[in-house]
Design a protein around this ligand. Structure first.
Ligand code: FES
Length: 574
């Protein structure tokens, strides 16, 4: 390699020269590496979130082998870097509590080590957000390899959507229309193969967001995990990261305001998870990109829903890939995309749309025949949510989008679970279920409990949706007329803490309003519920998190992690 090509390469700060420290750095790393490994070849970390306790990511070690082969082929030196992972279904109290911890630890691992670039291997819900937040902070050349969705499982001839069908079937059990035994029989059919959830839940959404942001090879998000093409593209990604390092192309060159705007358009087109809002805001915050909650409504709310996938529609992720994939869907809204933002390849995303074709118009609708004319996220304001709240109208019941009802208030998810099936609970189909104590500080960690189960007695009457309001998040696989991310949350002194059972609540999605319909003078006299929060003593990470977490309207990052920090490490360790 010509000396000029290696000049300024970050790993050479560790390896170049003939002094004692360079000797130490090289000697301990040799272990079979080729003799020219320290003479200017780019050192690439593969940040791998594979873990047996993050079952959706278990296969990423196989994917890493293909990435590794591509890095070798392009002249780089691949370095396996296992990083903190999070299994969405397994972690208590909620995986979201640990997103910022993972992002912080991955950021430090990237910065502290002698590497020139990083490949980010993620899949399960929080893993791609944490990897992108970390990469945005350090701002070394990086690209994402999404682990891909699983294949569709079937139960008694019917396809099963991960998550969505768990919620649906468990409600059927509660309504008495499905036996518990039949429900349990479905368990072993739910997860058919390696890969993450097959609905347009948070994992699928965040893989799509990574592609819209330009951080994957175009056309890569949504390749099913067991499909051999995932390994083929992973090999290509390995080659591409070496080019990225040579070109000096960094996340801040790729993830601009325009690419976030394209991601918001895509979020509507695919009917993506509301969780993408907090993740995109947090990633933008790390980069200093001025993205706001209102941008989601302004840019995305009038964009049509074209991808007919659960939970907003009918099909599943392998259907989307078979039907032409993400780029085919995006081609239909090409005029709404910002043509300027580049991808990791150096070319704009829109350049990859020319050859994209729709092969199944049932799964990917044409612009002229959308699933919904105006999808996306509506951002609400009002005296109940002065800093904003969100609702996904595509997943809601149209007749409830304008609604007035009496509040039934729960101070915690445990309080709600204890009361919801009590026959004496004073609730009817028009009531508005209000849940507090479930925001970033209150739970802590902002769990996915916003889609409260409906009271059993109403389920038995045939009620299948009600207006629900909370400071929590909702699983990307869930549905219903659910107002989420109310900011500020009750535990941070937000007005959600002063609502009382019986208060009239008015939801008007057209007007983007959410209010308690009582005189301000009366509301001012109320004392906020002090118990809307987590009372147990905290320590360690939980304490740090509660002390520093920001509200959902800015991405729920920690206050001291906002903004980029770069890749420089000024001091030697020896
Ligand atoms: Fe991992 Fe759904 S639980 S993606």
């Amino acid at each position: 390699m010509a000396p000029e090509a290696t000049r300024g390469r970050r790993s050479q700060i560790w390896y170049a020269g003939d002094d004692r420290n360079a000797f130490i750095h090289r000697a301990w790393m040799r272990r079979g590496l080729p003799s020219d490994a320290f003479e200017g070849r780019p050192h690439i970390a593969i940040a791998n979130t594979a873990s047996d306790l993050a079952p959706c990511n278990m296969h990423l070690t196989d994917v890493a082998k293909s990435v590794e082969a591509g890095i070798w082929e392009a002249g780089g030196v691949p370095l396996d870097m296992p990083v903190m992972s999070m299994g969405e279904t397994q972690m208590r109290p909620t995986a979201m509590l640990f997103r910022n911890l993972a992002a912080m630890s991955i950021e430090e691992m990237i910065r502290a080590n002698p590497i020139d670039g990083v490949v980010l291997l993620g899949g399960c819900d929080k893993t791609i957000p944490a990897l992108l937040m970390a990469a945005a902070s350090v701002n070394l050349p990086a690209l994402v390899v999404p682990g891909g969705p699983m294949l569709t499982g079937h139960f008694r001839g019917v396809p099963l959507g991960c998550g969505t069908d768990v919620w649906r079937l468990s409600e059927e059990v509660r309504a008495g229309t499905l036996s518990r035994q039949r429900f349990l029989d479905a368990e072993s059919s739910m997860i058919r193969s390696r890969g993450h959830c097959n609905t347009m839940g948070t994992a699928s959404t965040m893989a799509c967001m990574a592609e819209a942001l330009g951080m994957t090879l175009p056309g890569m998000a949504g390749i099913p995990a067991p499909d051999s093409r995932l390994l083929e593209r992973s090999h290509e990604a390995g080659k591409r990261i070496v080019e990225l390092v040579d070109a000096g192309r960094r996340p801040s060159d790729v993830m601009t305001f325009g690419s976030f705007a394209n991601a918001i358009v895509m979020l509507s087109v695919i009917g993506g998870s509301t969780n993408a809002i907090v993740h995109l805001l947090a990633i933008a915050g790390r980069l200093g990109v001025p993205l706001s909650l209102d941008d989601f409504d302004r840019i995305g709310s009038h964009v049509p829903l074209l991808v007919d996938l659960l939970p907003a529609g009918r099909h599943l992720m392998d259907d989307l890939f078979r039907a032409g994939g993400l780029l085919a869907a995006l081609r239909e809204v090409r005029d709404l995309l910002d043509p300027a933002p580049i991808t990791v390849t150096g070319k704009p995303l829109v350049e990859y749309l020319d050859d994209a074709e729709i092969y199944d118009e049932e799964v990917i609708r044409r612009r002229a025949t959308p699933l919904l004319g105006e999808a996306g996220i509506a951002v609400l304001r009002g005296n109940l949510c002065p800093d904003g709240a969100v609702i996904k109208p595509a997943a809601a019941t149209a007749s409830l989008l304008q609604h007035r009802g009496r509040a039934v208030v729960f101070d915690s998810i445990e309080d709600a679970r204890a009361q919801l099936d009590d026959p004496s609970l004073d609730v009817d189909a028009d009531s508005v279920l209000v849940l507090r104590g479930c925001g970033p500080k209150g739970y802590p960690g902002m769990p996915e409990v916003g889609n409260l189960p409906l009271p059993e007695k109403l389920l038995e009457q045939g009620v299948r949706d009600m207006v629900r309001i909370s400071d929590a998040r909702m699983s990307g696989t869930a549905y219903g007329t659910v107002v989420l991310h109310v900011s500020p949350e009750a535990a941070a002194g937000g007005p959600l803490g002063i609502v009382r059972t019986g208060d009239p609540i008015v939801l008007d999605v057209d007007a983007r309003r959410l209010d308690i319909d009582l005189p301000e003078a009366e509301l001012r006299t109320r004392t906020p519920a002090t118990h809307a929060g987590y009372a147990a003593p905290l320590r360690g990470w939980e304490q740090l998190y509660v002390d520093h977490v920001l509200q959902a309207d800015t991405g729920a990052d920690l206050d001291f992690l906002v903004g980029a920090s770069g890749d420089e490490v000024r001091r030697e360790s020896h």
